[in-house]
Design a protein around this ligand. Structure first.
Ligand code: AVI
Length: 338
């Protein structure tokens, strides 16, 4: 049995100097978002909304990395603990030495744990951000020199071709971080359907899903004492000031995070502290005092609720692991029909 902790500390084999011959890069040329049109439509709506996708410019990605290390933000370290504790069992179910896809090439630590346990022949990280994908694939190749990495720049929220030939049935996919929680339930089901089509009948998905829990724990996780999540939320306005020639007064909006236990989601908002008018890309938007821009939903599921969502996309549950405090879950699902 492979020692995952030792592998992570040292790399499974000695790092190779220079270059990354194991990496091949495939570009599905995802269509760039029309930031201007999306933002103007979101601010013209009632309530005003902006997509959480807009958080992740360079500064937003750094702030998100900082969030994952906050004492209040339990999901990242809890999921890593579950992967470390059960990686071998996960590999037994997903199958070793095969093809592993990853949706979003976000956390290098999580994928390293899984790669060490699964030792796949081919690893296909799929990410819309070309430069982030390239950098993370190359860094991974240093640690796993025998691994064929087919880095694929694609938007996994729309259909695209996988860069492999031959038998596509029974692949394994990894979708960590409870990113599924940032999709509305119907969009989450549609995404799971696309994943089912990618891995094929008999294929498996290992997915991290944050669990419902007490309000205080959830609200602290999304409104930390150091104000990093507040900076992450407000960075969205800074981005619009920079990229869409907007004139948001950053001092005039505050971060709000609240748990809606009926919908089972943490909502993030930016609340206007006073009545004000803001210009974005030449268009004026009036804010009442106390009016908010809804910037993110982070859905939390109980295990049965998530199984129900997954069943709607043709998955059957095979196994679920949680931590001792039942904060977070990692599910292994198998495609029965797609
Ligand atoms: C990326 N996603 C799963 C995070 C979450 O927990 O919903 C984004 C986040 N927003 C605020 N903190 C973290």
């Amino acid at each position: 049995m492979m020692n995952i902790a030792a592998t992570l500390a040292t790399g499974s084999r000695p790092p190779r100097s220079g270059g990354a011959p194991g990496v091949r890069f495939f570009d599905a040329h995802p269509t760039p978002d029309d930031l201007r049109a999306e933002v103007l439509a979101g601010l013209a709506g009632s309530p005003k909304r902006l997509s959480p996708k807009l958080f992740y410019d360079a500064r937003g990605s750094q702030l998100f990395d900082a969030i994952t290390e906050l004492p209040e933000y339990y999901p990242t370290r809890t999921e890593i603990g579950i992967l470390c504790d059960h990686g071998e069992e996960m590999a037994d179910l997903l199958g070793r030495g095969r093809v592993l896809l990853e949706l979003g090439s976000g956390s290098s630590l999580k994928i390293r744990i899984l790669l060490a346990a699964l030792e796949p022949e081919i690893y296909i990280p799929i990410d819309i951000s070309r430069e982030h994908l390239r950098a993370s694939a190359e860094s991974l190749a240093e640690h796993f020199p025998a691994l064929a990495i087919h880095a694929t720049c694609a938007d996994y929220s729309v259909p695209f071709e996988l860069p492999i030939e031959g038998d596509r049935e029974g692949l394994a996919a990894f979708f960590p971080g409870s990113s599924i929680g940032n999709f509305e339930p119907e969009a989450a089901r549609a995404l799971l359907l696309r994943v089912a089509a990618l891995v094929g009948i008999g294929g498996r998905l290992l997915i991290g899903v944050d669990l419902r829990k007490e309000r205080a724990v959830l609200e602290a996780a999304y409104d930390d004492a150091q104000g990093v999540t507040a900076a992450f939320n407000r960075n969205l306005l800074e981005r619009l000031n920079r990229e869409l020639d907007a004139d948001f007064d950053l001092e005039a909006f505050v971060h709000r995070a609240r748990y809606d236990d009926v919908q089972g989601r943490v909502e993030m908002h930016l609340e206007s502290l006073r009545e004000q008018t803001v210009t974005v890309a030449g268009q004026r938007f009036v804010f009442a005092a106390g009016e908010t821009i809804h910037t993110e939903n982070s859905y939390k599921y109980d295990i049965a609720g998530f199984h129900q969502l997954a069943a709607g996309a043709g998955f059957v549950p095979e196994r679920v692991w949680t931590d001792p405090h039942r904060l977070f879950s990692v599910h292994c699902l198998r495609v029965e029909a797609c």
